[in-house]
Design a protein around this ligand. Structure first.
Ligand code: MG
Length: 234
């Protein structure tokens, strides 16, 4: 007998390829804003510094030291400062363009589409994501993922962010799901996995980088197609 009825997915880096989509956007913006014309800044430097700074800011966000507005506000000024591109006049426009353009990119994590298609025939599927309503909706729409999901619960909608139990409880209520018949699938051990465990929901840790950890997880996979072994052969 099938163990679960409801599958709750994280979005960024579990299904939607945040990294690849950010790289594509940054390279376009590097050209558009002619960042390489004055000085010796290369697109590679710009992309690499974006990820360093972004990772740092998101870690602070996950520890609740800063909010999302602060990430948006500080990211590009900090990147420019670190690259020695002082007081670039286009920083505000670049910031806006990044936020506007990157969610429209549609690259997905390998096998996301096929596995969602197969799973959608057997389960009710939902998203739980720390993000803004409008941005996450744009990603789902442009990437073609929208059709697979019934409830899309963002931290903005739930007024709580993973790993806070509030967002999981909100999502289960919206989906009319019980924790015992639900599983959370995500790439972040703290926000997705510990968060789900905190409300009694089983978890699938998507670990493409094969990081080592000593947390207890219900299932662990390195590729999304492995979900079929857990969720389709039962
Ligand atoms: Mg994620």
């Amino acid at each position: 007998m099938k163990k679960y009825k409801h599958l709750f997915f994280d979005l960024d880096e579990t299904l939607w390829d945040y990294k690849a989509n950010a790289v594509d956007t940054l390279i376009e913006l590097f050209e558009k804003f002619e960042l390489g014309t004055n000085g010796d800044l290369t697109a590679d430097d710009f992309v690499a510094e974006f990820f360093r700074t972004n990772r740092e800011l998101w870690r602070k966000f996950d520890k609740r030291l800063i909010d999302k507005d602060k990430i948006r506000q500080d990211r590009f000024p900090l990147i420019f400062e670190r690259l020695g591109v002082d007081g670039h006049e286009d920083v505000a426009a670049l910031q806006k363009s990044f936020i506007y353009e990157s969610p429209k990119k549609g690259k997905l994590i390998d096998h996301a589409d096929e596995i969602l298609e197969a799973l959608s025939k057997h389960y009710s599927m939902h998203i739980i994501t720390n993000g803004f309503e409008e941005i996450q909706a744009t990603k789902l729409k442009y990437s073609g993922l929208e059709m697979y999901f019934q409830e899309v619960v963002t931290s903005e909608r739930a007024n709580a962010q993973k790993p806070d139990p509030g967002i999981f409880l909100f999502a289960m209520e919206a989906a009319n799901a019980k924790a015992s018949e639900s599983v959370m699938i995500g790439d972040n051990l703290i926000t997705d996995i510990q968060g789900a465990r905190g409300v009694g929901m089983e978890q699938v840790f998507f670990n493409p980088g094969k990081i080592t950890h000593d947390l207890e997880v219900t299932h662990e996979i390195n590729h999304l197609f492995e979900l079929s072994g857990i969720l389709l052969n039962v």
